[in-house]
Write a protein that binds this ligand. Structure first.
Ligand code: NAP
Length: 281
């Protein structure tokens, strides 16, 4: 099958690598000629260009551009699509794009592979990135069953696990487990960065270990992605941040009051909630 990837970065490049390995012809379009050249040189794509017209032969076209570019790129690509083409995206927020793109292209199905790294750009693309990871698809009642079946098969070839859900439900769920943690982690780094004593800050760096590494990894990632999430999933991210603020406020009060039983009960509760969550590996 001819698959078009628009936006050759971490996610677009990684999809291209896996689908090419599965035997598909992968056509890549990106903004910069040097990115296309690099993708060709590294065998990530079969053919490439900065011209969106190149995807006109593709049965499936995947938009892998940053969130703030998604709508404009979708509008620009639609005139080039084969009439029977399936258009999908990998954006980390779904409802605004499903609402905007479905009227634009009836063969649009929202998608979100739940995998990534803190890196960005074509150099960060890697084979097997989506293996054993959830890959969300958000079909609507208007979605053609054969289109959905085709996308599910392509996702299966990534060895990812397909999860079907409504776009809005997706956005509410990822606000908790992905978008809120990014901003909480960023705030943690921001708070540390305000330590006024350079000796303390330097010693903290020397002593930092897995706890700091785990809790700050996502706050130190791609700024374009985090800002895109704050813009596109604003309502649910704000809900999460406000709830988090309330919890922090409560914890400050308990620690100030040296309320050992309440603090213990709090951590016992969070320990239990965490243990009961079945988090994919
Ligand atoms: P990325 O590494 O920065 O890649 C995006 C690529 O899009 C850039 O390399 C850029 O290529 C290209 N691009 C930008 N504007 C373009 C345009 N107007 N036309 C064509 N290409 C354009 O970002 P990413 O992490 O892959 O994220 C891409 C999408 O995946 C986002 O929508 C994000 O929400 C979603 N996503 C990200 C993750 C993650 O963890 N990173 C996980 C799941 C989903 P040039 O080099 O040519 O400028």
């Amino acid at each position: 099958m001819h698959i078009g990837i628009v936006g050759l970065g971490l996610i677009g490049g990684s999809l291209a690598l896996d689908w090419r390995r599965a035997g598909h012809q992968v056509i890549g379009v990106s903004r910069q000629a040097q990115t296309v050249a690099q993708a060709l040189e590294q065998g990530i794509i079969d053919a490439g260009s900065t011209d969106l017209a190149l995807v006109s032969s593709c049965r499936v076209v995947v938009l892998c551009v940053p969130l703030h570019q998604m709508l404009a790129v979708a509008q620009a690509v639609c005139p080039h699509l084969h009439p029977d083409a399936i258009l999908t995206d990998v954006g980390s927020v779904k409802a605004p794009f499903v609402q905007a793109l479905t009227p634009l292209w009836p063969g649009f199905i929202g998608g979100h592979p739940m995998a990534g790294t803190a890196e960005q750009g074509i150099a960060a693309a890697q084979m097997g990135l989506f293996r054993q990871r959830p890959y969300v698809l958000t079909p609507t009642p208007q979605t053609r069953p054969d289109h959905l079946a085709c996308l599910k098969e392509l996702v299966a070839q990534l060895e990812a696990k397909v999860i079907l859900c409504e776009a809005e439900t997706h956005d509410r769920a990822v606000a908790w487990i992905s978008h809120l943690p990014i901003w909480v982690s960023a705030a943690l780094i921001g708070a540390y960065a305000q330590e006024p004593d350079p000796c303390v800050s330097q010693l903290a760096q020397q002593l930092a270990s897995s706890g700091w590494r785990d809790t700050t990894r996502i706050g130190g990632g791609n700024p374009e992605l985090g800002v895109g999430l704050a813009e596109c999933n604003r309502e649910y991210l704000l809900r999460g941040l406000r709830r988090y603020q309330t919890e922090l406020h409560r914890l400050i009060q308990l620690i100030e009051a040296q309320d050992r039983p309440a603090l213990t009960a709090y951590l016992q509760h969070t320990q239990q909630v965490r243990q009961q969550m079945t988090i994919p590996p």
